[in-house]
Write a protein that binds this ligand. Sequence first.
Ligand SMILES: NC(=O)c1ccc[n+]([C@@H]2O[C@H](COP(=O)([O-])OP(=O)(O)OC[C@H]3O[C@@H](n4cnc5c(N)ncnc54)[C@H](O)[C@@H]3O)[C@@H](O)[C@H]2O)c1
Length: 318
Amino acid sequence: MILITGVSGFIGSSLAKKFLEQGYSVIGIDNFNSYYSIELKKYRTRIVGEFKEFYFEFADISNHNLLREIFKKYDITSIYHLASEVGVRHSIDHGDRYFTTNFLGTQNIINLVHEFNIKEVHFTSTSTVYEGNAIPFHEDMIIKNKLSNPYSQSKLLAEKEFENFCREQKCNVSVYRLFSVYGEYGRPDMFLFKLVTSLLRNQEITIYGDGNNLRDLTYIDDVIRALSLKKSTSGFQLYNIGAANPISINQLIEMCEKILQRKAKVNYTNHIHQEINQIWASHQKAKDIFSWQPHVPLEVGIQKTIQHIENHLAQDWY
Ligand SMILES: NC(=O)c1ccc[n+]([C@@H]2O[C@H](COP(=O)([O-])OP(=O)(O)OC[C@H]3O[C@@H](n4cnc5c(N)ncnc54)[C@H](O)[C@@H]3O)[C@@H](O)[C@H]2O)c1
């Protein structure tokens, strides 16, 4: 049975659906945190809940005893650990929560992986750990010990915990550094969602900086394929999962304006110094090791996402 933590999230719910469609049994954990619409999280959970082989446990990964009961109850053979406090900007004023879930919660998972002798573990980290490096980012770059926001720092600490664990125990851990994932049922806190809803509602959108920041938007189906592909990797492995096709915020605004035939009302304000300016993946390693590369062109993915947002605009999610 596959355990997915953060199963009600954007990526976790899509991953669960993929495995369930392939005939696997999935046990999902989530605590429906209130960072963005709980209704959206419940909706995604209901979609995967339609599969007979889906089991759900409402649990907080920082609660070790509760997690242990779940590990005792189900025959878990592999883990996809996605549960996380997310959002760089939000983390700046809420650091404690980020360390509790992303670091201590991950330690709980690692302890249980050890206790229950689980041999296959996957963990989603973030491109923002590359802060201060030259673009494009590749996996053998040196990562700073001190990153400028609690989100990136807590994910980096979690990566290191997995690495230490792998060194001491015989376990296979794949860490995926994800790059701005977007698509249907995506996160309302992310820039693309704010941009599209502001265009559709004829509202102002705030840009932090001059809009020349680069982002490497990666479509959800490509990310799910990367996570779910069977890999014959052993020990600790890091992979960038990013499109390697960067676009500036201003270019993204132009693209959405063109698709929607509307003009954005842009309010440029100061850059937030804890955020990285330029994000750009090299995905050569994933290509070499498990033949992964993105299939969905940016414009196609953006059109699908816009269509989805238009269809769900009446919901309170976006
Ligand atoms: N979406 C992206 O662009 C992106 C980029 C880089 C990394 N990631 C990583 O991918 C993973 C999934 O991200 P996402 O975009 O789906 O985010 P998401 O917020 O949609 O999903 C995370 C889920 O974890 C749950 N959660 C949070 N704290 C928890 C806790 N203490 N116990 C149990 N559940 C908890 C949340 O309720 C949520 O449903 C995260 O690890 C994130 O750091 C995402």
